[in-house]
Design a protein around this ligand. Sequence first.
Ligand SMILES: [Cu+2]
Length: 153
Amino acid sequence: MSSPQTSHAYGVGLIALLVAVGASTIFYTSYYLPESLAKPSVSEHILHPTETFVIEIVMGAVNEGADNYVPNKPTITLEQNNLVKWINLDDTPHTVSPDHRTSDSYSGDFGSDGVLMPGEEYEFLFTEPTEIHYHCQPHPWMTGVIIVEKGRF
Ligand SMILES: [Cu+2]
């Protein structure tokens, strides 16, 4: 037969255990789960490709008929060069704007926020195969395409 003292301690212990279980459940469902579901798991090789692929907005790109986004229709490969950087080497502000809204499930919406001033860059990490047609907002005759393909492994 247990003394009232012992059964009281037992009761406190049980309550502490229930509170702990409840707290971990709340943490798991309200913090851990949404966090882990929000971002798809992406392989380290895709998150850290070996090369950055550079697309230059060349000097004189503003002129209709001139070269603008160079290279203009490259194919890049996941795990190799899927981090892409557009650099504005022209003396006019330009944008990198998708023809149709498009997003990567890891990196979000594609496209520069506002204009790239001369010398500025826009970087985007592609994590899925896609083909994006894009243009410059103030100069719609400036167009480019980027194709992203799966890695070989
Ligand atoms: Cu432009």
